[in-house]
Ligand binder design. Structure first.
Ligand code: A3P
Ligand code: MG
Length: 400
């Protein structure tokens, strides 16, 4: 008995040494290569890791362009005409994102909001946007190299812009880009988002949202989108998710990616809904404010809803700064665009939420450039979603 115990103790001491000693004796380069090779041959990287990395860097670079446009060109502008800062920022950011996708994933299809036709007619606008695209870089050479060679010239920029013309659909890999979501928020210096999602056979697999004017701090209280007095200090957040791997936030930087933190929705179930915070569009034409107020009242929610532009609403509820995002149809004929929802839908679901339309159907990204099979959006923590949905339906049905 004693002998067996001694043998076991001796083995326990010797076993680690047997594996460790050869590493000490061998040259460092050999051991490093050997262990790296072992890692790469025995463990595959997480799904979609390259797509996520490229998407995050591409969104960061495009966000820098939009911030430059705001600081250099947007002061004092309030309307969206042909040469507005929104137009300049939209085209510039879209060109930069498509350049990065084309370099890394040349065979993927792309659905993007803008097309180059207007720039072919307007040499000044084309030159203005080209100046920005040519000069906007991440300040980290490795990150910039990942995104690929620069856009060659202004005509190459137009070619890239037009590659966002995929009809979308149920097959293959399709990226959805909204270069500046929340145009009015952007102009006010309020909330807007640079949005990028990857769908595989109609299912969103990767989602990235760059929100330059949201606080970096996930715990920061949610404030209405008042805009114009935002500072860059402490602001700028990048939300990301990969299907099945959770959601994260990190500071939006001008170079290499900052460290990421997992995010999750607040746990709100049917019984604690009275404490919940709603997010809704600033624009009453995009989501019916009156219906939202009636729903809040029925749920016993007394806190005023927080109004902000763009998919920053999805990011905000995903990190628990708010709880519920409703988009209640104003015009029965309006079809939501896939680029306004792809990234946010995945980020919220990966953070512990459920996202459906007002009929309780999951958003269907497989039917083209719009969500033709859906009406409105109901996004809430999974445990409270059934209750929220039933009250949404109660209020909306009562109107019909
Ligand atoms: N009648 C309507 N109903 C719902 N959404 C609409 C709409 N008209 C435009 N939108 C979309 O609402 C988006 C902004 O959403 P939000 O109100 O949440 O900020 C716009 O994106 P852009 O700002 O990229 O044009 C636009 O695509
Ligand atoms: Mg949009």
């Amino acid at each position: 008995m004693l002998r067996t115990s001694i043998l076991f103790v001796a083995l326990a001491i010797l076993a680690p040494l047997i594996t460790f000693i050869p590493r000490l004796l061998l040259p460092r380069s050999f051991t490093t290569t050997t262990f790296t090779t072992t890692f790469t041959t025995t463990m595959s990287p997480p799904a979609y890791s390259k797509e996520l990395h490229v998407a995050q860097l591409a969104v960061q670079r495009a966000a820098i362009l939009t911030k430059r446009v705001f600081h250099e060109k947007a002061k004092g502008t309030v309307d969206k005409n042909d040469k507005s800062p929104v137009t300049i920022g939209d085209f510039g950011a879209q060109a930069l994102i498509i350049a990065a996708l084309r370099h890394n994933f040349p065979d993927d299809a792309i659905v993007a909001e803008e097309e180059a036709a207007q720039l072919r007619e307007d040499a000044n606008l084309k030159a203005t946007i080209w100046d920005l695209v040519r000069d906007t870089r991440l300040n980290d050479p490795d990150a910039e190299a990942t995104l690929g060679g620069p856009v060659r010239d202004a005509d190459h920029m137009l070619e890239l812009l037009d590659q966002g013309n995929s009809p979308g659909g149920a097959q293959g890999r399709i990226w959805a880009i909204d270069p500046i979501d929340g145009t009015k928020g952007f102009l006010r210096g309020g909330q807007y988002a640079v949005c990028l999602g990857l769908m595989q056979d109609g299912d969103v697999k990767v989602g990235v949202l760059g929100c330059p004017n949201l606080p970096v701090d996930d715990q920061a209280p949610l404030t209405a989108d008042i805009g114009s007095n935002q500072t860059d200090e402490g602001h700028g957040v990048l939300f990301s998710a990969v299907q099945g791997h959770g959601a994260t936030s990190r500071a939006l930087t001008a170079g290499a990616l900052a460290e990421s933190k997992p995010i999750s929705m607040r746990s709100v179930d049917g019984s604690s809904l009275a404490d919940a915070t709603f997010c809704e569009s600033v624009e009453a034409g995009h989501s019916a404010h009156g219906d939202q107020a009636a729903i809040a009242e029925k749920l016993g929610i007394t806190k005023p809803s927080v109004r902000m532009d763009s998919q920053a609403k999805y990011g905000s509820i995903a990190r628990g700064a708010g709880d519920i995002y409703l988009r209640l149809p104003v015009k029965a004929t309006y079809q939501e665009k896939i680029w306004d929802h792809a990234a946010g839908d995945l980020i919220v679901r990966e953070a512990g939420g459920q996202v459906t339309d007002i009929h309780g159907k999951r958003l269907d990204f497989s039917v083209g450039r719009t969500l033709a099979n859906n009406k409105g959006v109901v996004a809430a923590p999974a445990a409270s979603h059934p209750k929220v949905l039933s009250v949404v339906q109660e209020v909306l049905n009562a109107k019909l």
